[in-house]
Design a protein around this ligand. Structure first.
Ligand code: NAD
Length: 318
């Protein structure tokens, strides 16, 4: 019986599929410093992780029996993919399963910020009983999403899914991507009708300077931020920026300064430079909407990821 270690959790749908195919699936989380010993003593052949477990050279060298590493999700920055593949280990991720979940979270943040929900949810329990009218006045200048320009930096799977929602809401979409020059976005409606939109991407400067709301969806390929002080200065004064990609894609210090000085209006973050201990100074900014890296964490996305992981294991380990 082939043995699989699922170290950061997986949906029951994925586990059931594997067990039906007679795989042994261990779902107990093994701490990082015990991983090598646990994998070797139990002869696990596949290791399934999310973002919490690091699969570095030490793990790869220490686990001779390991044949497969799977990241349930998109970003592979916690896995030394090149080294694993050099040693003949198969490495996979599940790139398309989480796009809808992340794109919808961007909109949750957007709708929250434009109507001050991020603030009113903090202040209503503290002051709502006695300062209702003051709070009503403070939060009365909301803005609408319809007819505003949504700038998307990184126009891959998640960026395009976000465009789909934005078009549905009546927004103008502009996008920048290093590799994609134009693409067709298809919208599917409740009654079975479809409508296709061609979007040509443009340069970064145009997206930064023309957008009311900017959302970043690029991988983190280097330590250098894609959005720093210079880029923030190109943005509209009342712009909002959202990062659900990876911590550090937007320079957190530059962002903090811009929020403090009012260079931009508001920011939303799902990912942080120093996870799992993000900067308290950053989180205490009043014009910021926060979530704890839950982009892909919907029931539906986790179900899709589990099924995709199971099918990858069945296809490659049987
Ligand atoms: P993708 O590979 O489909 O798209 C990324 C796009 O970015 C590509 O089209 C690429 O050409 C473009 N790109 C790369 N570097 C660029 C740059 N410097 N400037 C402009 N464009 C650039 O990836 P995806 O599935 O859309 O995922 C995007 C990001 O979302 C990844 O960083 C991933 O880790 C992150 N993500 C976060 C969560 C979460 O929980 N918050 C969940 C899933 C994915």
């Amino acid at each position: 019986m082939k043995k699989i270690l699922v170290n950061d959790g997986m949906s029951s749908e994925g586990i059931n599929i594997l067990e039906e195919k007679k795989f042994f699936v261990e779902t107990k989380h093994v701490p990082q410093d015990k991983l090598i010993q646990e994998i070797n003593s139990n002869q696990f052949e596949a290791l399934v992780v999310r973002s919490a477990t690091k699969v570095d050279k030490a793990i790869i060298d220490g686990c001779e029996n390991l044949k497969m590493i799977i990241r349930g999700g998109v970003g592979m920055d916690n896995i030394d993919v090149e080294y694993a593949e050099k040693k003949g280990i198969l490495v996979f991720n599940t790139p398309s399963s989480s796009s809808t979940a992340v794109a919808e979270l961007v909109f949750a943040h957007l709708a929250s910020m434009t109507r001050f929900l991020h603030l009113s949810n903090r202040l209503m329990p503290l002051e709502g009983e006695v300062k209702f009218k003051d709070l009503k006045k403070s939060f009365s200048n909301g803005t609408e999403l319809k007819n505003k320009t949504l700038g998307i930096i990184g126009f891959g799977r998640i960026g395009q899914e976000l465009a789909r929602i934005g078009i549905g809401v009546g927004m103008n979409i502009i996008a920048h991507d290093l590799n994609i020059k134009k693409t067709k976005i298809e919208l599917k409606f409740f009654n079975g009708q479809t409508k296709e939109f061609e979007i040509k991407t443009t340069n970064l400067k145009e997206v930064l300077s023309q957008s009311d709301f900017i959302s970043v969806h690029v991988p983190k390929l280097s330590k250098k931020a894609i959005i720093g002080t210079k880029e923030i200065q190109m943005m509209k004064k009342n712009a909002f920026i959202i990062n659900t990609a990876r911590g550090g894609v937007i320079d957190e210090n530059a962002l903090m300064l811009a929020l403090e000085k009012g260079t931009i209006s508001c920011a939303a973050l799902d990912v942080y430079e120093n996870e799992p201990n993000p900067s308290i100074h950053l989180m205490m900014q009043h014009n910021i909407s926060l979530s704890p890296h839950i982009g892909a964490a919907t029931i539906e996305a986790q179900k899709r990821i589990g099924i995709e992981v199971a099918n990858l294991i069945i296809a490659h380990l049987k």
